[in-house]
Ligand binder design. Structure first.
Ligand code: NAD
Length: 349
């Protein structure tokens, strides 16, 4: 074996029903006394902040972190002389805390309430004039994560399904991403198992804490594996489609994933078999399609607003962005065919 694996330095706590105590402890470990709390929903955050010395609670959060939203949050941090950030919310909320940390170096304690996984990566994103820029910086990696399944009970089922399949896409792409190594794959496979087990139970009973725990655990493993392996073909396709046609983030992932598995899995039979085992199915594709059916997940890009005539325009940017070590070499023909099938929602071959 020849590989190098970088672990990101971060504490992770699973504390179902105990977020307040765990967050207070993490803030004490940072020796912080003036915290800026960032949350999209104050009512969801306040109980979590009970033991935290909050100097200011900031709720001006927006999807994809527009630059002006980041500037306002940085100004609030400076005005209140804060010494740490606690964010309670989904990927958009974590993203705003990262934007503040990027320019101030303030440490973050992250309390995620979706399955987006941003809390476990050192990737930041900012949007200006409709264009999203991303970058990697160790300053934005939260120092600690506190997962509390009881905070996710209210996440609506359709959002849970889309967000959970977004996490599953992190696992699958981590199997063959540009820097995928054996450690990423072992984390990703355990992530698939946890999501495969938890998501159907979330759909059946969204208020069941153990199902939420499993899905959060899977989403965390997914993000760690993905951050190390880097964006594979699936994420490149979704990034191009999202950027060019403003398609919804998590739902686009949910639709595209089986088509990428159908393209890549035949070229890597060993990885296909290991994913199939994790899905407890005959193949990775069969496992994924069964799961999507069980969850009632979105099926076609045309239902998300993509027009058939937009497809040819997306092919070249996807070919340019695809990792050179993608298991199945990409061609204009196989990418266009993938997009047409995903647009129509056809059963992937
Ligand atoms: P989001 O944070 O925008 O949340 C979606 C909606 O769900 C919001 O309206 C939010 O208020 C609501 N919500 C959140 N938690 C809830 C709960 N527990 N109960 C009820 N409602 C709740 O969306 P997201 O999918 O979590 O994150 C998407 C963003 O994260 C995108 O901008 C994406 O690019 C980014 N992201 C970044 C990384 C990274 O590594 N930097 C990784 C994944 C995603």
């Amino acid at each position: 074996m020849q590989f190098i694996h970088d672990w990101l330095p971060q504490r992770v706590r699973f504390a179902s029903g105990n977020a307040a105590e765990a967050v207070a402890d993490e803030v004490r470990r940072l020796e912080a006394s003036r915290v800026m709390a960032i949350a999209s929903d104050a009512a969801r955050a306040e109980p979590v902040l009970a033991g935290v010395p909050v100097a200011v609670l900031h709720t001006d959060v927006a999807m994809h972190v527009p630059v002006e939203v980041a500037e306002r949050a940085r100004a609030v941090a400076a005005e209140h002389g804060v010494d740490a950030l606690v964010c309670v919310g989904g990927g958009s909320t974590t993203g705003l805390a990262k934007a503040v940390a990027l320019t101030t170096g303030l440490p973050i304690v992250a309390v995620p309430t979706t399955y987006a996984g941003s809390e476990a990566t050192d990737v930041w994103g900012l949007t200006a004039d409709g264009r999203k820029t991303t970058g990697i910086d160790p300053l934005v990696l939260p120092r600690a994560i506190v997962y509390d399944a009881t905070l996710v009970l209210g996440l609506p089922v359709p959002t849970s399904v889309a967000s959970g399949l977004n996490a599953l896409a992190h696992c699958v792409d981590a199997m063959w991403g540009p820097r995928a190594d054996p450690i990423d794959r072992s984390l990703a496979l355990e992530g698939i198992r946890a999501l495969r087990d938890g998501l159907p139970r979330v759909v059946e009973d969204p208020m069941e804490p153990s199902a939420r725990e499993q899905t959060l655990y899977g989403a965390y493993l997914a993000a760690v594996a993905f951050a190390s392996a880097g964006s594979g073909l699936h994420h490149k396709i979704c990034h191009v489609l999202g950027g060019m046609f403003d398609l919804p983030h998590a739902e686009t992932h949910a639709v595209v994933l089986p088509y990428v598995v159908a393209l890549n899995a035949p070229s890597v039979p060993d990885l296909d078999r290991r994913m199939a085992d994790a899905f407890a199915a005959g193949s990775a594709l069969a496992g994924l399609l069964d799961l999507k059916r069980e969850l009632g997940a979105p099926r076609a890009l045309r239902d998300l607003g993509l027009r058939a005539e937009d497809i040819p325009e997306a092919v070249r940017p996807i070919l340019d962005a695809a990792p050179s070590n993608n298991p199945t070499p990409v061609t204009p023909e196989n990418i266009e065919s993938l997009l047409r099938s995903a647009w129509a929602g056809e059963e992937p071959a």
